[in-house]
Design a protein around this ligand. Structure first.
Ligand code: ATP
Ligand code: MG
Length: 586
């Protein structure tokens, strides 16, 4: 998905800020910890003067005891403050990660199928895994830097001016020259890291695609090509990373050198004041310590912009998904569907996958009486799957209406609509859970007996029993051991268990051999009794028992009637049939 706007709009900024400020108590406590840390940092530079002047020069024994004690206290406070702020800020950050992950998953799950098909799976996954982390980086790191480093800078500035304001004024003409390159380097780093992030997301979806498609890659001998494509991507990533690293690695030495010039100036100017007797060695060293310690927080503050920019880009990508408009599927006070015998009507239905795009289905008119079995046949790509997808509203019609029991499906509660439809999809879909759970998707509260019954009826019981843990075997444990036909039979068992009044079988038995098919067919015939059924089949043997056959071609109904009617027509159906029997003879 293209990010419409890599910068965050003010509305989105407010959303993030309001999220953070919900935790204002934690935030306040974290700020307090940061102030303590900053104060302790300043105190460290401050203590250098009494160490020098009172202990080393005046040889004051009382101070010899007091100052180490003070140092211990300062370090203790610094440690406590640092722990507290890190813990609290990361707690807020992690809470935010969780919130965004959950919301993204909820959103994506609720979005219509068309959205999920439009996006690459790898890209959607990286929204939930990577981008969320980057936003967290922005929130916790940036906030920590802003507060802690800002307070620390203030504390050091206080020490610097308190110790020797004349020297401070001199130094502040020289030091900005040393600090300016930080900003320049920061910009370069940012440029490269945006590039490397995009390449990384690209790499992710490449991996996802090639691993899931590994079979094809092997069969078509594409290993060399894929390796080459992958290496091109890692090469690009390498270049970007190296540029980033070079900028980063150069920034420290150059800044240190420039800083060295500044310090040389301070030694010259400050040393002169000590020699003249206008300052003491303690004052000078305390000053120098504070200036040197200033480097780190200034550097971090200068990088802040990077972190914020990166985070903002990631947050924009996240918000693009979260703000994706989901078409409202349900109207207010939707009707509930009820009853065991339901008629289905496609009333002048037209449908296209894209707005204004070519019509996949044109002016379809079908009336199926309760309990009627209708077979949909036709060449591949004719629109059979698209047509049945309109029933459970996986997609919505572009024109016309789909009615069940006289009610437009758009007026029905989506849950109640889908509760009344059972489907065996064209590709068997199993989740990485136990076989039992996979069948249970049909009816979550089913008892073991019912599940086994369904498996028996789908002729799946025996092979399931042969699995290492029977019904409790997790699909993933079987690896790719399940055959296409076995997968289909588990899916059929799931559909059987659901026991819904409307049944859709999309090539449900296509992966079975003729013998197994005949057996499962019987089970399906039993299942179809009294249910309004749409059977899609290429094999004409599977549609014998349909009361009506509808032939779809290029999205329109070309022929319909009984097998005998259509054979007598000597049209498309006749052609399909004869083609098949010729094939059967081969
Ligand atoms: N998600 C989609 N987005 C856009 N076009 C699609 C989508 N799914 C299918 N189509 C197109 O719609 C047309 C009808 O496809 P459909 O899957 O309904 O055919 P089918 O009759 O079920 O074919 P098959 O017998 O091969 O399963 C095809 O031209 C196909 O390319
Ligand atoms: Mg299909």
């Amino acid at each position: 998905m293209k990010t419409k706007n890599p910068k965050l709009s003010s509305v989105r900024q407010k959303k993030i800020l309001s999220f953070v400020f919900v935790y204002w108590k934690r935030l306040a406590l974290a700020s307090l910890c940061m102030i303590v840390t900053a104060g302790a940092n300043g105190a460290m530079a401050f203590l250098v003067k009494p160490v020098m002047d009172d202990i080393f020069i005046s040889k004051n024994r009382e101070m010899l005891l007091l100052i180490p004690g003070a140092a211990v206290l300062v370090f203790f406070l610094k440690g406590m403050g640092s722990y507290g702020s890190e813990y609290l800020m990361n707690h807020i950050g992690e809470t935010m990660i969780r919130f965004f992950r959950d919301s993204l998953y909820e959103k994506i799950t609720d979005l219509p199928i068309s959205f999920i098909h439009k996006e690459k799976t790898g890209v959607l996954m990286s929204r939930i895994t990577n981008d969320v982390n980057i936003v967290k980086g922005m929130v916790s790191t940036a906030v920590i830097n802003v507060f802690r480093d800002f307070f620390t800078v203030i504390a050091f500035l206080f020490v610097i001016f308190y110790r020797d304001w004349k020297l401070a004024l001199g130094a502040f003409i020289v030091l900005p020259l040393a600090f300016y390159p930080i900003v320049l380097f920061g910009r370069r780093v940012r440029k490269f890291s945006t590039g490397s992030q995009e390449t990384m997301a690209d790499l992710n979806s490449f991996l996802h695609e090639t691993f899931t498609g590994s079979k094809i890659i092997k069969i078509f001998n594409l290993e060399a090509l894929e390796k080459y494509r992958f290496k091109e991507k890692t090469k690009q990533l390498f270049r970007l990373e190296m540029k980033k690293i070079t900028a980063n690695a150069l920034s420290s030495p150059i800044m240190e050198f420039l800083g060295g010039l500044g310090i040389a100036f301070i030694i010259w100017f400050g040393g002169m004041r000590v020699i003249n007797g206008t300052s003491t060695p303690g004052t000078f060293f305390s000053f120098l310590t504070a200036v040197m310690m200033l480097y780190d927080p200034v550097k971090k503050l200068s990088r802040l912009n990077n972190t914020i920019q990166e985070g903002a880009a990631a947050a924009a990508r996240i918000f693009d998904v979260l703000e994706e408009e989901s078409p409202i599927l349900e109207k207010e006070n939707p009707e509930m569907l009820s009853g065991k015998a339901l008629d289905v009507e496609f009333d002048h239905v037209s449908f296209s996958y894209t707005e204004g795009g070519p019509e996949t289905l044109t002016d379809i008119r079908i009336k199926a009486a309760p309990g009627e079995v209708i077979a949909l046949v036709g060449m591949s790509g004719g629109g059979k799957t698209s047509l049945v997808n309109l029933l459970p509203r996986l997609y919505d019609v572009t024109k016309g209406a789909v009615r069940i029991a006289g009610k437009d499906v758009k007026d029905l509660s989506v849950k109640s609509l889908r509760d009344h439809i059972s489907i065996v999809t064209q590709e068997p879909i199993l989740f990485n859970e136990s076989v039992r759970d996979n069948i249970c998707y049909g009816k979550m509260e089913a008892m073991d007996g019912e599940i086994e019954e369904a498996a028996r009826a789908a002729y799946a019981y025996d092979f399931i029993q042969g699995f290492p843990k029977g019904f409790d075997t997790v699909i993933g444990e079987l690896g790719s051991r399940l055959s296409g036909g076995e997968k289909q039979r588990i899916c059929i068992a799931r559909a059987l268990l659901k026991d819904a009044p409307i049944l859709i079988l999309d090539e449900a038995t296509s992966a079975l051999d003729s013998q197994a098919e005949r057996v499962v067919q019987k089970a399906l015939e039993n299942l179809m009794k009294g249910r309004t059924t749409f059977v899609i089949a290429h094999r004409l043997s599977t549609i014998d028992y349909a009361s009506r056959i509808i032939l779809l071609k290029e999205g329109s109904i070309k022929e319909q009637g009984t097998h005998e009617d259509l054979m007598a027509l000597k049209g498309e159906y006749y052609k399909l049939q004869t083609l098949q029997s010729v094939k059967g003879l081969e």
